[in-house]
Design a protein around this ligand. Structure first.
Ligand SMILES: CCCCCCCC/C=C\CCCCCCCCCCC/C=C/C(=O)SCCNC(=O)CCNC(=O)[C@H](O)C(C)(C)COP(=O)(O)OP(=O)(O)OC[C@H]1O[C@@H](n2cnc3c(N)ncnc32)[C@H](O)[C@@H]1OP(=O)(O)O
Ligand SMILES: Cc1cc2nc3c(=O)[nH]c(=O)nc-3n(C[C@H](O)[C@H](O)[C@H](O)COP(=O)(O)OP(=O)(O)OC[C@H]3O[C@@H](n4cnc5c(N)ncnc54)[C@H](O)[C@@H]3O)c2cc1C
Length: 671
């Protein structure tokens, strides 16, 4: 019996769990890996046993200051408990523990762990690492990553903060020359951090060498007051992630030692001589890390929100399908399934590709340490595209899950506002999505050039298909093909076609006299389409490869249903492109749609058990609608009763305004 079934649960949800065709626990093991699942359970138990990690009230009812104080309290507790609760050398354990204890809306260590420490590890030379890394790991300071300025985020070349080397004192002088040079956005900068990685234009011997990272103390270690010449603060409430003190920062001729510049890749010698790096973008590795991590992050958001939507749709009864037979669970409506199930399928696809890209990131960092930088452009290209596509589709998917929960989905109690506002940040941070799509397109255009000139580059798993000659007509038909060869070939065809077409147009525009840059801008929308088609191909192939590895027949069959839905849903999404050149016929599109509807019907009886197997706890979901026990209505009422507005039956200012207005109106009508 499913470990998710307990006495007192909502009977509709229990019924759903009972009818699953597979063992939820075995599926959870497959999804997470046996060891990881066991560790997740142990870590979750640990947190449950330490009630000090609980929030004193739902965070939705807290003011911003209360939110940040509560998060800070829990962050310190988290660090105190970390060594007892988890193996701190395993990222998976740290991420899970942090998510359980601190939630997803931000915490004072967020940027320290995600960007500052990776920058020290990958950009500091040995001496600097010896000095900074143990202290960073030991939490003797909290650092952030200050790159974006009020005037420039995307175009790093135009950052205005300067770091001018003075060989007489062997110091850099940091300065913010304009209002627009104010650092603006860095997480945890506003109030929590006392150090920061700072990106500034490096000047030496009268020459500018471009943006380079520096490690800068911002606040006094004892008083926590800003150091002389430094102005720093919080940028105010945002769309979301308000538990984070994103900040602003200005420098007024602040002197820092020469060795504050990160010197693993580029260097300034004591006399001011500049030593360039082996690859000009090695200093950007912390951004690459977060872009790669966003893929898994989007998977987590989608799987959490589809868990909420599926569970709620099992307990929500409204309307009849067959008149007179009683109200159905709303999950029985095909439209409801069409809204929610593709989000599950995409969440699983993102999880699988997320694992791949994080491993590629780790491997590339190891290669760089060993002097091999050959994988850097490939990693950059695929991580930019994946970041952009998964964050965009993630955002759309979360919104579908919210709408699928009707009015209650709009409540903070649903958990959706928190998930959504955090998730959509990823469409912007770490490179605005359009800009990231265009970065991947640069790589694709190079491939197109190689194809047209008949000189393929050395083999590369992600890009090889572009050099293949695929079928000239789409082979999708009604026959079942467990490898989905015809669908993958359709995605490959579309990607190859749009890439080559946009390349040819770029060349043609230049032949007509446009500069490369102007031609590029005229082709930008189609360049983004090429990236999306390439990323779709990558996600789909990874999904197929991973499903093919599954040995257990009953679990594999559930994954195959999700895969079928994923692939044919994507076919319908990109149908215009497949029909445009006559590659796919209208009849084949009809087959694809039928496959989508068939997959929805196959997934329906297993839906509740599938989301259970993602093993997302109530503590993580923070959702009254998505509770494991399905007891939604009584808990919605309890939740509302906690609203601070309900502390008073009559609001203290009622009689001053509304009461007075109505009294006066009544008086007048009596006259
Ligand atoms: C196994 C599971 C493990 C678990 C793993 C995951 C689990 C998930 C759970 C938790 C993980 C926790 C992590 C999650 C974190 C969430 C927290 C969120 C925090 C958010 C913090 C946000 C921080 C920020 O936003 S920092 C600021 C970011 N800013 C940007 O991104 C700016 C964007 N702009 C740029 O990057 C660049 O300016 C550019 C790329 C647009 C252009 O660069 P530029 O210098 O102008 O160069 P250009 O001359 O145009 O190009 C020259 C060539 O260089 C290539 N290139 C550019 N960048 C790179 C690079 N990074 N690497 C390699 N190559 C690069 C470029 O393409 C050009 O190439 P070409 O050959 O000439 O075409
Ligand atoms: C939640 C959040 C957290 C953040 N955390 C940090 C942090 O910790 N540290 C930090 O340094 N920064 C941080 N940032 C800043 C973030 O990295 C930038 O906002 C982001 O990189 C986008 O840059 P921008 O604001 O300059 O956008 P802009 O570049 O101004 O974008 C505006 C529009 O212009 C378009 N555009 C710009 N350039 C081009 C181009 N070349 N081609 C086509 N279109 C273009 C964009 O597509 C977009 O539509 C954070 C931002 C957010 C929202």
């Amino acid at each position: 019996m499913s470990r998710y079934i307990r006495e007192g649960d909502n009977p509709d949800l229990t019924e759903e769990r009972r009818k699953a065709s597979f063992d939820t626990e075995a599926m959870a093991e497959l999804f997470w890996g046996a060891r990881n699942l066991m560790r997740r359970r142990e870590i979750a138990n640990y947190v449950e046993q330490h009630r000090e990690f609980d929030d004193p009230q739902p965070t939705a009812f807290m003011t911003r200051e209360e939110l940040i104080e509560n998060a800070t309290r829990k962050a310190v507790l988290t660090m105190e408990h970390a060594e007892k609760a988890i193996d701190i050398t395993r990222d998976e354990e740290s991420h899970y523990f942090n998510a359980l204890t601190m939630g997803i809306d931000g915490n004072p260590f967020g940027l320290h762990l995600v960007m500052a420490i990776p920058t020290i590890m990958n950009n500091a030379d040995e001496g600097q690492q010896d000095e900074w890394l143990p202290k960073a790991l030991n939490r003797e300071f909290i650092a952030t990553y200050a790159q974006t300025e009020m005037g420039h985020g995307t175009n790093l070349k135009k950052l205005e903060t300067t770091a001018t080397y003075d060989p007489k004192t062997q110091e850099f002088i940091l300065h913010s020359p304009t209002i627009t040079s104010t650092k603006w956005w860095p997480g945890n900068l506003g109030k929590s951090s006392n150090y920061s990685v700072v990106m500034a234009q490096l000047y030496s011997q009268g020459k500018c060498y471009g943006a380079h990272p520096f490690f800068v103390q911002l606040r006094d270690l004892r008083t926590h007051k800003p150091l002389p010449g430094i102005t720093v603060g919080d940028i105010g409430p945002k769309f979301g992630i308000n538990t984070n003190d994103n900040g602003f920062l200005r420098f007024d001729q602040v002197r820092i030692p020469r060795r504050s510049m990160f010197m693993k890749h580029a260097k300034i010698l004591p006399d001011g001589t500049y030593v360039p790096p082996s690859h000009s973008k090695l200093n950007y590795s912390a951004m690459v890390y977060v872009r790669a991590a966003v893929v898994s992050l989007m998977a987590s958001h989608l799987l959490a929100c589809s868990t909420i939507a599926v569970r709620y749709s099992c307990i929500r009864r409204q309307g009849e399908i067959t008149p007179g037979t009683g109200e159905v669970k709303v999950l029985d409506y095909q439209t409801q399934q069409y809204r929610i199930f593709p989000q599950i399928a995409r969440g699983v696809a993102f999880r699988l590709s997320g694992n791949y890209i994080i491993q590629l990131y780790r491997q590339t960092m190891t290669d760089i340490k060993n002097g091999d930088i050959s994988a850097v452009p490939d990693l950059h290209a695929i991580s930019c595209g994946l970041k952009a596509v998964t964050s965009y589709q993630g955002a759309l998917g979360l919104e579908q899950c919210r709408m699928a929960c009707g009015g209650h989905g709009y409540l903070q109690a649903s958990g959706f506002p928190l998930q959504y506002t955090v998730a959509i940040g990823a469409c912007t941070y770490e490179g605005e999505n359009m800009v990231m799509l265009l970065q991947t397109a640069r790589h694709l255009i190079k491939m197109a050039k190689a194809i047209r000139s008949g000189r393929p580059p050395k083999p590369n798993k992600v890009i090889d298909y572009l050099f293949k000659k695929g079928p000239t007509k789409c082979l999708i038909d009604q026959t079942y093909d467990p490898n989905y060869q015809s669908v993958l070939e359709a995605f490959e065809h579309l990607s190859r076609r749009v890439t080559l077409e946009v390349y040819d147009r770029l060349v043609q525009l230049q032949q007509q006299g446009r500069s490369y840059e102007l031609a590029w801008n005229e082709c930008a929308v189609d360049l983004c389409k090429a990236t999306r088609a390439h990323v779709r191909t990558f996600l789909a192939k990874t999904f197929v490869e991973e499903v093919n590895k599954i040995a257990d027949i009953s679990l594999k069959s559930v994954f195959q249903d999700l895969l079928q839905l994923y692939l044919f849903y994507e076919v319908t999404e990109c149908a215009a492109g497949l029909l445009e050149d006559g590659f796919m016929s209208g009849q084949q599109l009809t087959y694809a749609k039928k496959n989508v509807y068939d997959a929805l019907a196959k997934i329906r009886p297993n839906a509740a058990a599938i989301v259970d197997s993602f093993d997302i706890s109530d503590r993580e979901l923070q959702s009254v609608l998505g509770r494991r026990d399905g007891n939604v209505y009584e808990n919605l009422l309890k939740w509302a009763q906690m609203s601070p507005l309900n502390k008073h039956d009559v609001l203290p200012f009622h009689h001053k305004y509304l009461g007075k207005m109505m009294d006066e109106a009544r008086q007048k009508s009596k006259l």
